[in-house]
Design a protein around this ligand. Structure first.
Ligand code: EPU
Length: 428
């Protein structure tokens, strides 16, 4: 596996353009399978999760054509399979969206369970409950989740937990169901609104996305549309946190400041000066970070996907901060890595107590999951000296051109390719 090598201790300065949102892309691309004609999706991030989704769609019979680096044309008219095998789903958390999209299109789906980040137990009981309410017969056999639904009928579904995945999956299955589906206690993340906007641009009838009650009135068919994915809230938040962590001065472009409100509020509390423009934010940090308590919640709360990055900033804060995880069972596995770098963190279940130190030090560390990997990069940029980060394929899942983007901000970061199966000896 490749490594990142970072020579840290420099303030980030300059401008970075944020890519399309990963978590919107992994829903919108499978959603294009519901159309009766080709879709063109713009602002698609070049990340390995997207490659995995497009490869799986191709295996199902969709024709995929890149028009340019971030624009993909998807022709779903020849889709002839409803099976997403383990090989196709491997490493892709969003494989579950094939359940909703294939039930909507083919009335049948057989999908291997999701891979992706290990954040503790990742159940899909709420997805299954939703599909069953719509009339699908669901089963799990030989490690594959299977659904059959000769007819999908609108239903009223109350989610027991606010789940992004279940909300998206139910929307995908319900858009072409007969009658009205009401999803209560729905997730409200920006990517849910983005998916609803995309489906509506294809002729769907979805109301209330962005609130906790979403109403989907089924339509007979959907047509292809051209649609541009929203900017990535978490990628933006990661660069904002990196700017704050290094005492930098960074302008982020192609962002939606409204989607960043909870992140902006916390970084301001930590001491950053943040100016919002229509589609940009400017982050300046001139002081040691102040302590701050953070608790993650579903949107519009502070996003769990920014928890490792902000916790990393707090390792050098003046005082003790408490970070509480309110979404996942386990999202502090990265703390061990920061401790190797000299951070003072005590984790107790869903809470971490971080006592700020003057500085953290370089060390060989690894990315234990995607956002933890982003946190390791921030830590490497903060520590004076050379930090090596292993297991970086996690980071490739969700961050486009991360080396190029950080380098353009003045960071000294390199990807070191691993030479597989070959031992190179130096000549005497
Ligand atoms: N949950 C259930 N039952 C379900 C589904 C979820 O109990 O059927 C629980 C989960 O165990 C968790 C909570 O509900 O405790 C929230 O899970 P959710 O379904 O919202 O998460 P997800 O859809 O699997 C998406 C993102 C994650 C992000 C979460 C929360 C994608 C592809 N993934 O996951 O993103 O952490 O929402 O915002 O959209 C990441 O990008 O790094 C990432 C992990």
């Amino acid at each position: 596996m490749d490594k990142f090598v970072i020579n840290g201790g420099k303030a980030l300065k300059g401008e970075v353009r944020i890519s399309g949102a990963k978590n919107a892309a992994v829903a919108i691309l499978p959603a294009a399978m519901l159309a009766d004609s080709p879709c063109v999706i713009e602002n698609v991030p070049e990340i390995s999760d997207v490659t995995a989704i497009l490869r799986a769609m191709q295996c199902l019979g969709a024709e995929i054509r890149y028009i340019n680096r971030s624009t993909v044309q998807i022709d779903p008219t020849h889709i002839n399979s409803f099976i997403v095998s383990k090989e196709m789903a491997d490493g892709m958390r969003a494989s579950s969206y094939f359940l909703g999209a294939l039930l909507g299109r083919m009335h049948r789906a057989k999908v291997a369970p999701p891979g992706g980040c290990n954040l503790g137990v990742r159940p899909i009981d709420q997805h299954i409950k939703g599909f069953e309410a719509l009339g699908a017969e669901m089963s799990i056999e030989n490690g594959m989740v299977e659904g059959k639904a000769p007819i999908l009928r609108g239903a009223s579904i109350y989610l027991d937990v606010v789940s992004v995945g279940a909300t998206i999956n139910i929307m995908l299955a319900a858009v072409k169901a007969k009658g009205l589906t009401v999803i209560e206690n729905a997730a409200r993340e920006p990517h849910i609104v983005d998916l609803a906007n995309f489906l509506n641009s294809m002729g769907a009838n979805i109301m209330g996305a962005g609130t906790n009650v979403i109403k989907v009135r089924g339509v007979d068919s959907l047509f292809g549309a051209t649609y541009s994915i929203i900017p990535d809230q978490i990628e933006a938040g990661t660069y904002m946190a990196a700017a704050v962590a290094t005492g930098g001065d960074v302008l982020l472009t192609n962002v939606t400041p409204k989607h960043l409100e909870s992140i902006t509020a916390k970084l301001r509390e930590i001491g950053a000066d943040i100016t919002e423009y229509d589609e940009a934010v400017h982050v300046v940090m001139n002081r040691r970070p102040k302590k701050c308590n953070v608790k993650t919640f579903p949107h519009p709360g502070f996003p769990t996907d920014m928890q490792p990055q902000i916790a990393t900033v707090l390792t050098i804060a003046d005082g003790t901060s408490i970070v509480t995880e309110g979404v996942w069972d386990s999202r502090f596995r990265y703390a061990e890595q920061l401790i190797l770098m000299g951070a003072d963190i005590q984790v107790d279940g869903k809470m971490a107590v971080i006592t700020g130190v003057e500085a953290i030090n370089p060390a060989p560390v690894k990315a234990v999951d995607l956002r933890a990997g982003a946190a390791m990069i921030i830590a490497g940029l903060m520590a004076k000296g050379t930090t090596e980060i292993d297991n970086i394929d996690h980071i490739d899942r969700g961050y486009e051109n991360i080396v190029e983007k950080f380098s353009a901000l003045g960071a000294d970061i390199k990807r070191i390719p691993k030479i597989e199966g070959r031992v190179v000896f130096k000549r005497a």
